[in-house]
Design a protein around this ligand. Structure first.
Ligand SMILES: Cc1cc2nc3c(=O)[nH]c(=O)nc-3n(C[C@H](O)[C@H](O)[C@H](O)COP(=O)(O)OP(=O)(O)OC[C@H]3O[C@@H](n4cnc5c(N)ncnc54)[C@H](O)[C@@H]3O)c2cc1C
Length: 371
């Protein structure tokens, strides 16, 4: 009997579970290893904070998806991999040998680069920790006056969270003092220019201060200290600084890119170890793509197909990721910005479109709370 381990219950692996529920893999034991029995869907997280969804509507039940697929569920985190010896060590002491390993463990928020971040900031990842800490963060936002809560990072997730926190507190009658510190000139770096200007205008209308072109070097509990020495008032920070590589693959023997992500061929197979596959944020694709849920989702069906082919000893298919992804950026209320390449648009209808996509995704994977 062969063994396939699915490490992490990310966006690509829920597709693999769905495929296995439809068609089992004879002669192969499949094991899902995940530290949590549920997977929070990040696309709906800002909507949960804003008050549009209960948390149950934003969670996929991994344990149930695994059971439906005939997959053994081990609730633990992988923390050590011996790629040459085909062995995975988990943080609960479980040791698992494998014939095939598929990694979809996402990325982490790096806080080591900012001195004082461990004491004065909350990282958005791991998302379960963020979810557990949100009430304390909101309390800080309610109380902050001279030293606002600042969101560090100017990308889609940072901006959505800033708008969501503002919307939630404004609904309580609180005028939150919030700021966003980004290292680019405009928020939503890389998206359509007119969308960036619209976003800046909306931040300013809500009194959320945007600090452009600023790289934070340290947090001291009252200020964010930029690399040029400038001090920006910040009593506490939410770190949304983009996707950094997890630390555990470093000693595994797997080929990694310079940032520490697992290098994969177009087949999603590790370039160094053919028995290992990776998809989602943790993977460094041959055709480089932004770390975004869209690409993790799109890789899922190809990964599912290739894992089956690999178990059966068949030739693998190649994944050519689309060049562009659709971005729908929620702005707190039932309103959103949208971008496709150089095109940008906004409105209530964009939020309803995003809501429809998100709910359909959750329903597809068995969420009955989403309505
Ligand atoms: C607030 C927010 C909003 C976002 N909105 C969007 C959006 O609208 N559109 C978009 O495209 N992208 C969005 N993103 C980015 C998106 O979340 C990621 O690109 C996406 O989650 C990557 O998916 P993934 O499958 O690689 O990993 P993840 O979704 O992060 O899933 C990884 C899973 O692996 C588990 N795991 C982690 N470490 C281990 C381990 N050592 N062992 C076992 N399991 C482990 C985790 O618990 C998790 O369940 C957003 C991000 C944030 C933070």
């Amino acid at each position: 009997m062969k063994r396939l381990i699915l490490l992490g219950g990310g966006h690509a692996h829920v597709h693999v579970l769905e495929a296995l529920a439809g068609r089992a893999l004879p002669g192969c034991e499949v094991v899902l290893v995940s530290p949590h029995a549920r997977q929070i869907y990040s696309g709906m997280l800002p909507g949960w904070i804003a008050g549009h969804y209960p948390i149950e509507a934003c969670a996929l039940d991994l344990a149930r998806l695994a059971a439906d697929a005939g997959v053994r569920f081990v609730q633990a985190a992988g923390e050590g991999l011996d790629a040459a010896g085909r062995a995975l060590a988990c943080n609960d002491g479980t040791q698992l040998d494998y014939d095939l390993l598929s990694i979809d463990t996402g990325s982490r928020t790096c806080f080591e680069a900012i001195a004082g971040a461990a004491e004065h900031a909350l990282p958005v990842r791991p998302i379960e920790c963020f979810v557990g800490a949100i009430e304390a963060l909101l309390s800080r936002c309610r109380e902050a006056r001279d030293n606002p809560v600042t969101i560090i990072g100017g990308g889609v997730a940072a901006v959505e969270l800033a708008f969501a926190i503002h919307h939630r507190l404004a609904g309580e009658g609180v005028s939150p003092v919030l700021s966003v510190i980004g290292d680019a000139g405009l928020p939503l770096d890389g998206l359509a220019r007119r969308l960036q200007w619209k976003c800046l205008q909306m931040l300013s209308e809500r009194g959320i201060q945007w600090h452009a072109g600023s790289r934070v070097a340290a947090l001291d509990g009252t200020h964010a200290v930029l690399s040029d020495g400038t001090r920006i008032p910040a009593g506490y920070a939410l770190l949304v600084t983009g996707a950094s590589a997890p630390l555990w693959p470093a000693g595994s023997g797997l080929a990694l890119d310079p940032e520490g992500f697992v290098r994969v061929a177009p087949t999603l197979q590790s370039v160094s170890h053919p028995g290992v596959f990776a998809a989602g944020d943790v993977a460094a694709y041959a055709d480089q793509r932004p770390k975004s849920g869209v690409f993790a989702v799109r890789a899922g069906p190809v990964l599912a197909d290739n894992l089956r082919r690999a178990v059966q000893g068949e030739p693998l298919a190649e994944w050519r990721p689309q060049r562009r992804a659709l971005y729908l950026v929620a702005t707190g209320g039932r309103y959103a910005l949208g971008a496709w390449g150089p095109l940008g648009w906004w409105g209530g209808w964009v939020w309803r479109w995003k809501d429809h996509i998100d709910r359909s995704f959750m329903r597809r994977f068995g969420n009955s709370h989403v309505g």
